[in-house]
Design a protein around this ligand. Structure first.
Ligand code: NAP
Length: 262
C-alpha cells in the first residue's frame, strides 16, 4: 500500500491552550512541508477553531504521551501550554526523555512591576489565601476556576471570580462569578474594579497582553496585588519567550531527525 504523502512530512506536536500555541500552529500550518497537530486538554467546551490538526483530551500521563508520540510519528514537540500548567509540562519533559523526541517550551515572559504598583509576590495560591488576612473584604480573584478550594474557608471576604467556565465546589462562601475570557482593556478593568469596590486583586503571573490590563487598572486605583509566582520549568528543557526563537529551534531540531529535511 502506498504511504500517503502526508505521513512523510515532519510532524510537530504543539501542546496548546494558549494564544502563543495558536500563533505557533498558524505559523507552522503555513508551511506545506510540515504537519502540525495541536493538543488541547479539553477544559473549554467550545474552543475557537485552530489551524492544522487538533486532538482533544489528556494523554494518560507521561507514559501515555510517550506512546502517542511514537504512534503518531512525532518529530518534535513544542510545549506552548500556560505557564501554570505544570503537570503537562513535566509529562512532556519525561516523554521527550523517554522517546528522544526533541522538546522545547514556548513561554511568554512574566509580568514585571512598574512604578506605582503595589505587588506582593507569593509562591502559591495557598500563600495568596493566607496573605488576604491583611487586606480589605472585597477580593477580585483572577486565578481561574481551579484552585478556589484554597480560598474556601475565608468567610470574612467577598470574592469576585472571573473564569472562562463556571467553577465547581469547593469554593468560597461569598462568591460572585463573572464568565469571560478576555482580552480586557484598561478602561474596562478600571470600571470593574471601581464597580465592585475591589480592595485587593489576586492573580497568577501569567504574563501576556490579553489579561495584563487589570494590573494597570489596579495601579491607577491604588489597589494592591497578590501575584502568584510561576512554577519552575524542568531544569533541562529549552525555553523560548517568542515565536521566532522556537521556530529557529524547530528548524534545527527537524533538520537533525534521521533522514529529515525541514
Ligand atoms: P495541567 O494541570 O498541567 O494538566 C493536567 C492534565 O491535563 C495533564 O496531566 C494532562 O492529562 C492534561 N493536559 C493539560 N494540558 C494538555 C494539553 N495541552 N493537551 C492534552 N492534555 C493536556 O494543566 P491545566 O493547568 O489543567 O491546563 C489545562 C490546559 O488549559 C492547558 O492546555 C493549558 O495550556 C490551558 N490553560 C491553563 C491555564 C492555567 O491557569 N493553568 C490558563 C489558561 C489555559 P494527562 O496526564 O492525561 O495527559
Amino acid at each position: 500500500m502506498p504511504v500517503p504523502p502526508g505521513l512523510t512530512r515532519p510532524h510537530v506536536l504543539v501542546l496548546g491552550g494558549t494564544t502563543e500555541a495558536r500563533a505557533l500552529a498558524a505559523a507552522l500550518d503555513e508551511r506545506p512541508e510540515l504537519r502540525v497537530t495541536t493538543s488541547l486538554a479539553g477544559r473549554v467546551k467550545d474552543p475557537a477553531a485552530l489551524p492544522g490538526a487538533v486532538r482533544v483530551g489528556g494523554f494518560g500521563g507521561a507514559a501515555g504521551l510517550a506512546a502517542w508520540l511514537g504512534a503518531h510519528r512525532v518529530d518534535a514537540v513544542v510545549d506552548a501550554t500556560h505557564p501554570f500548567a505544570a503537570d503537562i509540562t513535566a509529562h512532556a519533559g519525561l516523554a521527550a526523555a523517554e522517546t528522544g523526541v526533541p522538546l522545547a517550551v514556548l513561554r511568554r515572559p512574566g509580568w514585571e512591576p512598574v512604578a506605582g504598583d503595589q505587588w506582593r509576590r507569593v509562591p502559591s495560591l495557598r500563600d495568596a489565601a493566607r496573605a488576604l488576612a491583611g487586606h480589605g473584604r472585597e477580593v477580585f480573584l483572577t486565578t481561574g476556576r481551579t484552585g478556589l478550594a484554597e480560598f474556601s474557608g475565608l468567610d470574612g471576604h467577598h470574592f469576585l471570580v472571573r473564569a472562562v467556565e463556571p467553577p465547581e465546589p469547593p469554593f468560597p462562601r461569598h462568591l460572585r462569578v463573572l464568565l469571560d475570557r478576555g482580552p480586557y482593556t484598561v478602561h474596562g478593568e478600571t470600571e470593574l474594579l471601581r464597580a465592585h469596590r475591589v480592595d485587593v486583586l489576586v492573580t497568577k503571573d501569567s504574563g501576556g497582553a490579553a489579561t495584563g490590563a487589570k494590573l494597570a487598572a489596579a495601579r491607577a486605583l491604588g489597589v494592591p496585588v497578590l501575584m502568584v509566582d510561576r512554577p519552575a520549568l524542568p531544569g533541562t528543557v529549552r525555553a523560548f519567550a517568542d515565536l521566532a526563537g522556537v521556530l529557529g529551534w524547530l528548524e534545527s531540531a527537524l533538520g537533525r531527525r534521521p533522514g529529515g529535511r525541514p
